[in-house]
Design a protein around this ligand. Structure first.
Ligand code: TNX
Length: 525
């Protein structure tokens, strides 16, 4: 508000008329048409009933009411709504009467679980109820989409703010809805990662997998092996400047993600994809001799030395330090494309490393290659294949491992949209928006059905991606589709309906400054 008041004298006059001159209800009648309805939301809610007579108008006098558990989410919501409205929107603990957005924790019923919510928008106010603050956060992302897209503007917009009336009952199909960012091939700063966190959080993604090490770069400070960061962090694909996160910066990222109800899953890729580590410490090589840094994009040439004790000292130290700064339950130990490791050595390595993860109180995730090592049942192999059969993954599912689904020909956001896409790769095919959306994680893979699937992840490898604009161009508009696959009931999803809802998201991205790919498969607004 103070920002607006300081503009011009005339501005102050107009503003004070809007703000204080008219009672909320008097002007409401002229501005009650909503831009969106509760059925437009992405990801599609379980149950949404629009009621155009129940539109709510936010006014300068509106408040956000929250109980103690809901306070943080309420502050987050206020932070979303204040810039464009210019309203004060105080977060209060007690408020009777209308004009409020009310956040209540507890007694939302078993159906909505820990991540779901119930939302009711009526002309007198907005009521959001959930069993946890996580559920409130999901509900806030829905509520946000019921505002005109101008709500995403970063400067004050002089207009009315009508929220679509109706009710929503909602909860996720899968509890693990993830995006991966490869910060190893190209480094992205903490600010860039935070921006991506904010972008994915709005679609109810709850996990961010950070690919922290690869042949071309090591991106996390390990105090007991300092050269990993100071030497291994110096390189990137194509000879770029590289970079790494100090443990303090990583901790800050974890905290930031948590404030968006996102858990960070860190990955240290091994026993392959390890050139940066082996370039940093020659003693990790079987012959003990130094090796050059690599900044090309070949895969499958590097391997840790399986028969050296120091290899396991290294792994133990890295995983211990990483576990200590990672509150989430998973550590990702990579495991993919270890073509320079013999199959016997791969098994030997797995048997030695699996207990280390457990020793530090964590559970394993890794690329589906780990399925062949008979990992503990708590381990989550991440399927990245491109065909509907994989005997090792099916066997792991049969034993009881949950599978994270990221089929590369559907869910890899680094794949080009079409042959002319300026960024990205194409080894798994071209992934247009429809291809990315029109599949189901519980039927893609033989022997892996609904109860075997823990969720969905959309990986973004960064061989060709250097800037945040590049990230955005590859992630949007595909990412909301993966979010919907992970959240919405299977039966409520059809491409024909989705493409219409997706089209309505684009004005929001424009406001947010997201540089998205304007696929011709969607009639963008
Ligand atoms: C395969 S998918 C890889 C990565 C590459 C990616 C590029 C997987 C587990 N490994 O090393 O970056 O393809 O699309």
């Amino acid at each position: 508000m103070s920002k607006r008041l300081s503009t011009t004298v005339l501005g102050v006059a107009v503003l004070s008329l809007v703000t204080f001159g008219l009672p909320a209800t008097a002007s409401a009648a002229q501005h009650t048409k909503a831009e969106r309805t509760v059925t437009d939301v992405v990801p599609a809610p379980v149950d949404a009933k629009p009621d155009p007579r129940a539109n709510f108008r936010l006014t300068p006098a509106s408040v956000i009411r929250a109980d103690r558990d809901g306070r943080q989410v309420a502050e987050y919501l206020a932070g979303l709504l204040r810039p464009a409205t210019g309203y004060r929107l105080p977060v209060v603990s007690d408020h009777r009467g209308g004009g409020a957005i009310s956040l209540e924790t507890g007694h939302a019923g078993d159906r909505v679980g820990t991540e779901g919510y119930r939302l009711k928008v009526s002309s007198s106010g907005v009521s959001l109820r959930a069993n946890t603050d996580k559920g409130l956060f999901s509900g806030v992302q829905t509520l946000r989409q019921l505002f005109p897209s101008a709500i995403e503007a970063t400067t004050v917009q002089k207009r009315s703010w009508v929220v679509s009336g109706g009710t929503v009952l909602d909860y996720p199909r899968f509890g693990y809805r993830s995006a991966m960012l490869d910060v190893a091939r190209h480094f992205f700063t903490p600010a860039q990662v935070k921006l991506y966190i904010d972008q994915i959080a709005q679609y109810k993604i709850n996990t961010l997998h950070l690919h922290l090490s690869d042949d071309q770069g090591w991106r996390i400070e390990i105090k007991s092996w300092p050269k990993l960061a100071t030497v291994g962090g110096l390189t990137a694909v194509g000879g770029g400047p590289g970079g790494y996160y100090t443990q303090d910066q990583y901790t800050d990222l974890v905290r930031y993600a948590a404030s968006r109800h996102i858990t960070i899953v860190p990955e240290i890729d091994m026993p392959g994809h390890t050139n940066a580590a082996q370039h940093s410490y020659a003693e990790l090589n079987c012959d003990g001799k130094p090796i050059p840094a690599r900044t090309d994009i070949e895969v499958g040439y590097s391997s840790l030395c399986i028969n050296k004790d120091i290899t396991y000292t290294f792994v133990d130290d890295v995983l211990r330090e990483l576990a200590a700064i990672t509150p989430g339950k998973y550590l990702n130990i990579g495991g993919d494309e270890a073509h320079a490791t013999t199959p016997e050595d791969y098994q030997t390595f797995a048997k030695k490393v699996q207990p280390i993860v457990a020793k530090y109180g964590k559970q394993i995730t890794g690329w589906h290659d780990i399925a062949k090592t008979n990992p503990p049942l708590s381990a989550v192999p991440q399927f990245w294949g491109t065909t509907g059969t994989d005997a090792n993954v099916a066997a792991a599912a049969a034993r009881g491992n949950k599978i994270l689904m990221s089929p590369a020909n559907k869910a890899y956001m680094d794949m080009k949209y079409h042959p002319q896409t300026p960024l990205g790769l194409s080894w798994a095919g071209f992934i247009e928006v429809k291809t990315g959306y029109d599949w189901d994680p519980a039927t893609y893979l033989q022997g892996v059905t609904e109860q075997n699937v823990i969720g969905v992840e959309a990986p973004l490898w960064s061989e060709t991606l250097v800037t945040s604009e590049h990230i955005e161009f590859m992630a949007f508009p595909r990412l909301p589709g993966y979010a919907e696959i992970g959240w919405s009931p299977k039966d409520s999803r059809t491409w024909d309906a989705y493409r219409l809802r997706l089209a309505k998201q684009s004005p929001r991205w424009v406001q947010q400054g997201i540089d998205f790919y304007r696929s011709t498969q969607v009639d963008w607004e």
